[in-house]
Design a protein around this ligand. Structure first.
Ligand code: MN
Length: 714
């Protein structure tokens, strides 16, 4: 167990800015908070945060990280609250502890192993401050070191699996190879003890055979470089059992030689010397073709920098050599964590690091002190993505700005198609809500629901957009067909004929369509009038006069048929925005007497019968369509009213109160004219039907603050 003063000394050794008092208080606070809690090992729980803090001192992290490590489990596992921590340790520590707590909660939420990549991204995205992630990694490392104390074998397996699939790659991504190796090896020992044992046995055998070979190679390499005037540190590094095993699996090879398990590392002061050393070694020993890599001039994506080469080296052994500077070496081992140490001379970095690390360093160069630096070290990674959970805990990755509709389509097309609502973190939220990282999203579906054309305005994923468009297209076609048939039936009857699809068999080509269906849809969309089609089918019909005669005759002939001809087309089942549109000039409401105007390529626009706009269609009787409301329709409609409000305090509030009291929902409000005495306004109100709107108008007229109200026309 690390004693309180030891911890203090360790941090003091590299962080002169240490707040001794805060560290001491955190130590005591955590010890008291965890009280009698025990670890699976039977040790006092407090040993765990203490060890995590110890791991972070080895990484030479700042005192805020160390304090956070001490406190990291208090909010989740003890009675301590975040408020308390903020009061005692300040905002920065509270924010860091909160970050670690959030990650721990995410960790508990789900079976993540199936979606390891997304989880890694979520962790990165949620760790606004990189120190949160470092504390979490150290936490996991200590939990892995004490894994064997957990009795439940399945639990151990799950933890090990998470470690190998999520935490080890995260450590690698942050360039922390030492951390990655230990996490991976401990997980490997749990998950595949037999494989590990066989690799270790094989390694033992090789070590026996080798008999001091590694040391003599190191000595000779050092000597060779020294003779060329290059001062270098040379070391041998063995691959971990886990990485040997992975390589064996991937390439189905066995390992027999030193080169398979060992890399020799040459660390030098400057980059220029690295290249000189490479020249010296290539001059001295035969080069193994195809092994040379220059990650100095072209670093790996995670910022790794080194020269790699293979030679037939000392003792005629095929060996792999990695050449880099001390600083690169340190970075390769400790990654991001190493940068705390190098912050004093960060000017040396040439910027070819991870994009976000480069940003960190950029801030570093321009920050006046470490405080400001840390203040700004927010991770910018994956800012363009959000990660959300299904109720079962599956993780869905979406572009930022995504809504529950995108989420629904990402889960399954059918869920998207039938989605009617969403609960975000247990609360009903509008479908257009933008999702945030870590949100749990439950989609409410109804078999009767179909995609709404309005969704297209707010979805951001290609999948959702494509499905909605495809639905709109097919639905539109259906509606055009329905409408087209109704228009044709009417047109045929007006000429005294009975309509059947068959009647179009010989004429669709005349209209340049590929099928009867296409022609019907084209009529529905307003490309041709019903009359045009009738005239083509029965070329004998020439004049209006004759047609009128026919109508009269037909009507006289059978009253029944005449009645059918007079039957209006119901707007039932037509979805506004597709084949059917409500006119913006008169905002027809259920209960209004209405008429349809066929608009070329758009379907039908519905106007109230007294709408002034209709005058402009007076000469185009062929485009008029008799339509009627479908009374079962429950959708909301928008009524538009013109209101003149007296300019006095509270007038607007009494206006909105009256509308709300009468269950109208104001959708839009615009002041069109204002004078000292009056405001003229246009208000769009969601109502059920014309009666509903009339009630609202009447109530408004009875309101003292309102001068006049009228329904908007044209
Ligand atoms: Mn912990």
């Amino acid at each position: 167990m690390i004693r309180q003063f030891e911890l203090l000394e360790r941090v003091k050794a590299y962080d002169p800015a240490l707040d001794e008092d805060a560290l001491n208080r955190a130590y005591v606070f955590s010890m008291k908070a965890h009280g009698q809690q025990k670890r699976a090992s039977g040790d006092p729980y407090f040993l765990h945060p203490l060890e995590v803090a110890g791991i972070l001192t080895n990484m030479k992290l700042d005192s805020a990280s160390i304090i956070t490590a001490l406190l990291h489990d208090t909010v989740e596992d003890t009675l301590a609250t975040l408020d308390e921590i903020e009061k005692l340790f300040g905002q920065e520590i509270a924010r860091l502890v909160d970050g670690v707590t959030k990650l721990s909660r995410i960790e508990l939420q789900s079976d993540h192993s199936r979606q390891a990549e997304n989880f890694r991204k979520l962790f990165l995205a949620m760790s606004e401050d990189i120190r949160v992630l470092l504390v979490k990694l150290a936490d996991r490392l200590h939990n892995m070191r004490t894994l064997s104390f957990i009795q439940d074998g399945e639990k151990r397996r799950v933890i090990a699996l998470e470690t190998i699939e999520i935490y080890a790659p995260l450590a690698a991504r942050l360039g922390m190879h030492e951390m990655k190796d230990e996490l991976e090896d401990r997980a490997f020992a749990e998950l595949n003890p037999d494989a590990r044992a066989s690799v270790l046995a094989r390694l033992d055998f090789l070590h026996e055979q080798e008999g001091g070979l590694v040391n003599s190679i190191i000595e000779e390499l050092k000597q060779t470089l020294k003779e060329a005037g290059i001062e270098a540190e040379v070391s041998g590094r063995e691959k971990t059992p886990c990485s040997i095993w992975t390589k064996m699996q991937r390439k189905s090879v066995t390992f027999e030689q030193l080169a398979d398990i060992m890399a020799f590392r040459v660390a030098i002061k400057t980059v220029a010397e690295c290249y000189s050393a490479l020249g010296v070694l290539h001059g001295e020993y035969p080069v193994v073709p195809g092994r040379f890599r220059d990650y100095l001039s072209t670093p790996k994506q995670n910022g790794y920098r080194s020269l790699h080469t293979g030679v037939i080296g000392p003792q005629r052994q095929r060996i792999e050599i990695q050449i880099r500077t001390f600083e690169m070496h340190e970075t390769a081992e400790r990654g991001v964590a190493a940068h705390w140490q190098y912050k004093q001379d960060a000017g040396h970095t040439d910027g070819r690091q991870y994009r976000w690390l480069r940003e960190l360093l950029d801030i570093l160069e321009h920050a006046s002190g470490p405080e400001e630096f840390l203040e700004h070290t927010k991770l910018e990674m994956f800012q363009d993505q959000v990660f959300c959970f299904t109720p079962k805990g599956d993780l869905i990755s979406l572009p930022s700005g995504a809504t529950p509709v995108d989420f629904a389509y990402a889960v399954h097309s059918e869920i998207g198609d039938t989605c009617v609502g969403a609960k975000i973190n247990g609360r009903i939220a509008p479908l257009r809500t933008q999702l945030a990282n870590g949100d749990q999203v439950e989609i409410i579906t109804s078999k009767a629901q179909t995609p709404s054309p309005t969704w297209e305005r707010f979805v951001v994923t290609g999948k959702a957009r494509a499905r909605i468009r495809r639905f709109i297209r097919s639905k539109q076609l259906d509606e055009y067909l329905t409408l087209g048939r109704a228009i044709l039936e009417k047109a045929f009857r007006q000429e005294g004929f009975e309509y059947t699809d068959k009647a179009l068999k010989d004429v669709y080509k005349t209209f340049k369509h590929d099928s009867t269906r296409d022609l019907i849809a084209a009529v529905g969309s307003g490309l041709h009038t019903g009359r045009d089609v009738v005239k083509t089918v029965f070329p004998g019909i020439k004049s209006e006069g004759r047609a009128m005669n026919i109508i009269r005759l037909a009507r006289a002939r059978t009253k029944k048929r005449a009645k059918e001809a007079a039957q209006p087309i119901s707007v039932r089942g037509l979805i506004p925005g597709m084949a059917l549109h409500y006119a913006n000039c008169c905002h027809p409401l259920p209960g209004d007497r209405i008429v349809g105007i066929v608009t070329e390529g758009k379907g039908v626009t519905v106007h109230t019968i007294d709408c002034p706009t209709l005058e402009s269609f007076a000469d185009m009787s062929e485009r008029w369509l008799d339509v009627a409301w479908d009374t079962d329709n429950v959708e909301h409609h928008v009524g538009r009213i013109n209101v003149v409000v007296i300019n006095e305090p509270g007038a607007l509030s009494s206006l909105s109160t009256v509308i709300a009291k009468n269950l109208g929902n104001i959708q839009n409000l615009k002041i069109t004219h204002r004078s000292t005495d009056f405001f003229d306004m246009v208000i769009d109100v969601e109502v059920a039907d014309v009666k509903h709107l009339s009630n609202i108008i009447a109530a408004l007229r009875a309101t003292p603050a309102i001068n006049s109200v009228a329904r908007a026309r044209g």
